[in-house]
Design a protein around this ligand. Structure first.
Ligand SMILES: [Zn+2]
Length: 386
């Protein structure tokens, strides 16, 4: 397994290279009629062929991140069979996960030293925030579609060429994996870096587990984790086996410095909620009540408390302050979009609150993208409140 410092040193010394990853999502997309990238990319025959090319192509400075031998052993065996197991490889998420902070530090150091830095990102990404954060100006910004970016943009972008020495950053899902291969094959004097979701907290106000310090206990994904990182205060022994809670300052994205862009209070909520889900001692009504009071704009603790205690007052508070956006993929979006309203559309009847029941039913009937049975229930129940 290769050390991440090889990539960092190439960046510091302006040695052209390409880094792409072929992880679980790419493996899924090799199968016909599949979908990956958190539902944003459906596969196609062309995509399957191109992804396979990215997996078999070899070049001295083309580094491929592969699925972890412990987390995805079967996928890894297939890759080693295709590429040969003597081929040097990196773990797919070597630049993010537990290395996110060091990668950000290296980028802070090197981005201003490149004359031309190009970014490829989805049309919704606020890339100017990356410019502000790193104190640079992109030479070019290439936009891709949010959904099914490969189908919309591959044909157009495939033939694009860049000057020697350009640093190209790609944050555009599976399309980016293929473009790294195509562009570097056409000009090995470029540097192409596939960065996945690294900048999402900046560009999309969205964070994943690794951004806020939840990392997998795995000897290959996070080899530096040892018992020495645990302290009593972290309750390491009460966590489930595969996630550990890492101190924010040492191994996560430096969120405190992102405060300008990102809601730090929400970050703290995510960390505490993660802890709740992994720590049996905390799973009490009292703890849920304290989280409900402490984070009035989050709905998860209150809704769980309501489900356990059937406390109508809690439900009423949740209903009156909806909606609130989510910040990561682990939150239950249905709580925000319909679960609270559905509960209110029923409970209000038993508490003599026709006004709330009618409001809840109306809200559901007017909502987009809710399940059919929820809409049907609201349409049926509203007659009791008129
Ligand atoms: Zn692993």
């Amino acid at each position: 397994m290769q050390n991440v410092n090889i990539l960092y040193d190439h960046l510091r010394q302006h040695v052209p290279f390409a880094f792409s990853k072929f992880n679980d999502g790419e493996h899924v997309l090799l199968s016909p009629n599949s979908c990956a990238s958190r539902g944003q990319q459906d596969t196609s025959d062309l995509m399957r062929i191109k992804l396979f090319e990215t997996l078999i192509w070899k070049h001295e400075k083309y580094y491929l991140g592969l699925p972890c031998n412990f987390c995805y052993p079967e996928m890894r065996r297939i890759d080693e069979w295709i590429r040969g197991n003597d081929d040097p490889f990196f773990p797919a998420n070597v630049l993010i996960n537990s290395n996110i902070k060091s990668t950000i530090d290296v980028l802070k150091e090197v981005l201003p030293t490149y004359a031309k830095v190009v970014i490829v990102a989805s049309e919704a990404a606020k890339v100017e925030r990356i410019e502000q954060y790193f104190g640079i100006k992109f030479y070019d910004i290439i936009r891709t579609r949010n959904k099914n970016a490969f189908d919309a943009s591959y044909a157009e972008l495939n033939g694009k060429r860049f000057d020697d020495g350009t640093l190209v950053l790609l944050c555009c899902g599976p399309l980016g994996r293929v473009l790294v291969y195509e562009w570097f094959k056409a000009n090995p004097n470029l540097t192409c870096l596939e960065l996945g979701s690294m900048f999402d907290p900046l560009t999309q106000n969205k964070a994943y587990m690794y951004h806020y310090g939840g990392v997998r206990k795995c000897p290959e994904c996070n080899p530096w984790i040892s018992e020495s990182v645990f302290t009593d205060e972290m309750h390491a022994d009460t966590f489930l086996d595969h996630y550990y809670y890492i101190p924010i300052a040492s191994h996560c994205m430096p969120y405190e410095s992102l405060a300008f862009y990102f809601d730090i209070k929400q970050m703290h909520f995510e960390r505490e909620w993660l802890e709740f889900n992994h720590c049996k001692d905390k799973q009490t009504d009292e703890w849920l009540k304290s989280m409900h009071d402490k984070y009035p704009d989050r709905t998860e603790p209150g809704f769980l408390l309501f489900e356990r205690t059937k406390n109508f007052e809690v439900l009423q508070q949740l209903f009156e302050r909806l909606p609130r956006g989510r910040t990561n993929e682990f939150s239950d979006g249905d709580i925000y979009s319909w679960k609270v309203s559905l509960a209110m559309s029923i409970e209000a009847w038993y508490h003599g609150r026709k006004d709330l029941g009618q409001a809840a039913c109306s809200k559901l009937i007017c909502s987009q993208n809710i399940p059919d049975h929820v809409r049907a229930s609201a349409e049926y129940n509203i007659r009791w409140y008129s």
